[in-house]
Ligand binder design. Sequence first.
Ligand code: SF4
Length: 327
Amino acid sequence: MLPIVPIQQALLAWYGRQGRDLPWRHTRDPYAILVAEIMLQQTQVERVIPKYHAFLVAFPTFAALAAAPTEAVIRAWSGLGYNQRAVRLQAVARVVVAEHDGRMPATLAGLLALPGIGRYTAGALACFALGQAVATVDTNIRRVLVRVCIGELSAQAAACAKPAAALALAEAALPAEPDQAYAWNQALMDLGAMVCLARAPACDRCPLTAHCRTFAQLQARTLFPTGAELPALRVAEAPAGYATKPRVAKPSQPFKESNRYFRGRVVAALRAAPAGAALALDEIGPQLKPDYSAADADWLRTIVAGLARDGLAAWADAAQTRVTLPR
Ligand code: SF4
């Protein structure tokens, strides 16, 4: 591990100058930060910002979210994708209200006991909402820490693909003082999102070049190239050879034929219906496939059954011919 204090100082100074001004960085309200963290899990910041504000207007507290019809929560999630997060978020709110008197648990263990809350989100909540010096590891944080502290071209870098190893690295690098820990975690995310990009790290505008092991490795290879490694050296370009493992193109199903695509389309059809309305499978089917026919009914019923299991839809009749959003 490198001496970490100079790295912390350089990154925190950069964050003070260039960190993103994001709305959830202006609050320590645990509820608002939870909403932001869940929205940010699979959606880009720019898309999250307007939805974050609207969601907090519609459901301003744990109690308001817990008491809302699930249908309304799923409607409010429109535009964010991965709708199951809306149901999970409401499940957390209901546990917080029912079991914690409407207040977020104040320990990492308590946060991890909430439904669907993993180590990343629990760590983010402990640090960003509860003001604790707790490490957390998302994709950006891990990438930056591995590149700076270990060197992405080192044999040891691959070990940090394991969550426990990445978390140990993040814990070793974390400032002890809570405000600095907050800024450090946010700064790592910003550097990973804005500068130390996965496929094309912009080392030429990075505040950590003087400390970064990957940068030094790449510089050394530039100075002493060995033919076969040459494509990996041009850091400013999209470095095809930069990844430590070769990229192998996998044959994949087109998204518009995927189960996730059709699940999203069913939820979109239900959202477009008036509140409380039920739609027949025969009404939903043609919205998914222009050539939908009775022969597709079992296929559609299977998709709806999956949504019902996940709390994103509900059968309106015992014969399973009509569907609603869950109430
Ligand atoms: S110097 Fe390059 S590889 Fe190292 S942290 Fe900065 S952008 Fe990433």
